[in-house]
Design a protein around this ligand. Structure first.
Ligand code: 13P
Length: 251
């Protein structure tokens, strides 16, 4: 069965010094956890130091973004090669903040996902609808469009390396968590979309994380849903006690 995968997205928080101190704290606090997979996604400046501290531990490290291009005149961007070279294993792609604030289209998300895979990194592919789209009753259509576009040209073999993160935009950083039933319904739809794009067998293997105001208090009920296979955590991942509370939801 699918192993639960809890990842923290530190967003634009923590200097390199603070990130190293926090990684050291987390390494200690989470050392005994082996029934769930763990990862933290840092800013590019903190990545190397955090990866060094967490090397060989039970916590993987990811980048929050990387370019779809190999190298060249792309001011401010980092390549997949750069993040891999300093110890990243995972890379977030398609986060709603990248889509809405930085204008990343489905085509860019597709190109980035392919580049991440080509580099040998593991993508965490984020999808999710806005409040307007949910209220308009088009959530399933939106995630179908996002998944179909993001996965265009990606083989079944590569699909097995991808984690999908369903993050309803209206639940991110707002304290408005989707009810477990609401999240489960959309996760099941996403899995069916993957089954249609690939196969039932493959869709059953893919982990689909939920993201959006996940906290220790709601983690258990969310993780107990049959199609929710983990969490992508923002705010509550910035403190060791709350991240640990989510990672140990089952104890
Ligand atoms: P919050 O957990 O702060 O709602 O953020 C979710 C998120 O965007 C993780 O990528």
């Amino acid at each position: 069965m699918r192993k639960i995968f809890i990842a923290g997205n530190w967003k634009m928080f923590f200097t390199a010094d603070k990130a190293r101190a926090y990684a050291t704290e987390l390494k200690e606090a989470l050392a005994d956890i082996n029934d769930v997979d763990l990862a933290v996604c840092t800013n590019p400046i903190a990545l190397e130091g955090v990866a060094k501290i967490l090397a060989g531990s039970n916590i993987g490290v990811g980048s929050q973004n990387c370019s779809e291009n190999n190298e060249g005149a792309f001011t401010g961007e980092v390549t997949t090669e750069m993040v891999k070279a300093v110890g990243a294993t995972y890379a977030l792609v398609g986060h709603s903040e990248r889509r809405t604030i930085f204008g990343e289209t489905d085509a860019i998300v597709n190109a980035k996902t392919k580049k991440i895979l080509a580099e040998g990194l593991l993508p965490i592919l984020c999808i999710g609808e806005t409040l307007e789209e949910r209220e308009g009753g088009i959530t399933e259509k939106v995630i179908k469009t996002q998944l179909t576009a993001a996965l265009d040209g990606i083989s079944a073999e590569d699909m097995e390396k991808i984690t999908v993160a369903y993050e309803p935009v209206w639940a991110i950083g707002t304290g408005k968590v989707a009810t477990p039933e609401m999240a489960q319904e959309t996760h099941a739809q996403a899995r069916q979309i993957l089954a249609n794009l690939y196969s039932d067998e493959l869709a059953q293997k893919v982990r689909i994380q939920y993201g959006g105001s996940v906290k220790p208090e709601n983690a258990k009920e969310l993780m107990n849903q049959p199609d929710i296979d983990g969490a992508l955590v923002g705010g509550a991942a910035l403190k060791a006690d709350s991240f640990k509370g989510i990672a140990t939801y089952n104890s």
